[in-house]
Design a protein around this ligand. Structure first.
Ligand code: PLP
Length: 381
């Protein structure tokens, strides 16, 4: 550490120098991220609540109220009539809390969790932390988990089945209606990872796109992950975990001896009230109408990109169900590298040997046309 502090101007100059090295969403060249430019109201709220700690709630009753209201808005969107939940650090922590609840609730000696082959990598970390044995279920031709494969894997050790509503790689939505029935028949906990899809799918039907049931409407679903810091246009970090009802809270409770509350339910102790405030500010500013507009924009870009890729003779892997497109070509990894040299950031997915693109609110029609133009040049070189 330096002996004496710098002036505000010098600190700002240092920050700006580092910031200039970061990519920005605004020029449209980030096509691989599930995060985006936060809504201006989220940034305002984040600044206003920068010292608020939801881990010490009696000091910050206003922030607690905002967190409750955000959770109740999410619950309403996800048809959770008695849902309870928390704003956490992201999808990873949300999935962790769901698996902790499921494992502690079941009390099996050698606990196992059934995961689709497409499950997010956060579950690898979680299984290792919670000493859960991951058991993988096969996918069908449309990259959704095969419900029969899930059912075959159920054993006396199964503490949870995980389904994904919007896989990170392709945006595929598992057949959660079938999994819900299986979970109820076998008395197994079903968790839905809708970290990305939870703020997209609830708006699809009204926009004329197919939208399968994926939430608490299905009786077997016990918890859902849904992240405001992805399609919720909130500032980072803002994940969300919702449980069907309060019965699971006992399973994730930790006593907190010296704080202004007696127990906590989240993994992270000191929790930013700014995250809840930012999510609240976005919901208040946009309302349902604003979310519909945002999702419509992303889906229209998705359709345009998908047809543009087909016109260039690329093999689009799956008719997009959400705002993610993936395509195959002769050397997808090399193509990804070439695009990166031209400034375009897309993902390469080794498991599927494909290029993956996420159409987020920061992208525009002009960006997508420019990308298709560059892709057509690069793929011939
Ligand atoms: N689950 C899904 C489906 C995701 O897409 C992601 C992240 O992209 C996560 C979980 C993990 O979320 P986070 O990176 O916020 O921890």
């Amino acid at each position: 550490m330096r002996a004496k502090g710098l002036s505000r101007e010098k600190v700002l100059a240092g920050l700006k120098q580092a910031r200039a090295k970061d990519l920005n969403y605004e020029n449209g060249k980030i096509l691989c991220s599930m995060c985006t430019t936060p809504h201006s109201a989220a940034r305002m709220a984040h600044e206003l609540f920068s010292n608020s700690n939801l881990g010490d709630p009696k000091l910050f009753p206003g922030s607690v109220q905002l967190e409750k209201e955000v959770v109740s808005t999410l619950a309403e969107l996800l048809h959770g009539k008695k849902s309870v939940g928390f704003i956490v650090s992201g999808g990873t922590e949300a999935n962790l809390l769901a698996m902790l609840a499921a494992r502690n609730n079941a009390g099996a000696k050698e606990p196992e969790v059934i995961l689709p082959e497409s499950a997010h990598f956060s579950f690898s970390k979680i299984c290792s932390l919670l000493k859960l044995k991951p058991v993988y279920a096969r996918l069908d031709n449309s990259f959704r988990v095969e419900s029969s494969s899930v059912e075959q894997q159920i054993s006396k050790n199964t503490v949870a089945i995980v389904a994904t509503a919007g896989s990170a790689e392709l945006g595929a939505i598992d057949p959660i209606d079938k999994l819900s029935k299986i979970a109820l028949d076998h008395g197994v906990y079903l968790h839905v990872d809708a970290a990305f899809g939870g703020l997209v799918i609830p708006f699809l039907k009204e926009l004329g796109y197919p939208a399968p049931e994926f939430d608490f409407q299905l009786e077997g679903v016990q918890s859902v992950t849904v992240d405001p810091h992805k399609m919720g246009l909130s500032t980072i970090p803002a994940g969300g975990i919702l449980f069907r009802d309060s019965t699971y809270l006992e399973c994730i409770k930790t006593e907190t001896p010296y704080l202004t509350e007696e127990c906590q339910y989240t993994f992270v102790g000191t929790r930013p009230g700014a995250s809840a405030a930012a999510a609240w500010a976005v919901f208040a500013s946009l309302g349902r109408e604003g979310f519909l507009k945002t999702v419509k924009h992303c889906m229209e870009l998705t359709e345009r990109l998908s047809s543009g890729l087909e016109a260039l003779d690329f093999e689009v892997l799956l008719r997009p169900t959400m705002n993610i497109v993936a395509f195959r070509c002769a050397n997808a990894k090399r193509l990804t590298d070439k695009l990166r040299k031209r400034g375009w950031f897309v993902s390469y997915v080794p498991r599927l040997d494909c290029v993956r693109i996420v159409l987020m609110p920061h992208s525009t029609k002009q960006h997508i046309e420019a990308f298709l133009q560059c892709l057509s040049e690069v793929s011939k070189s």
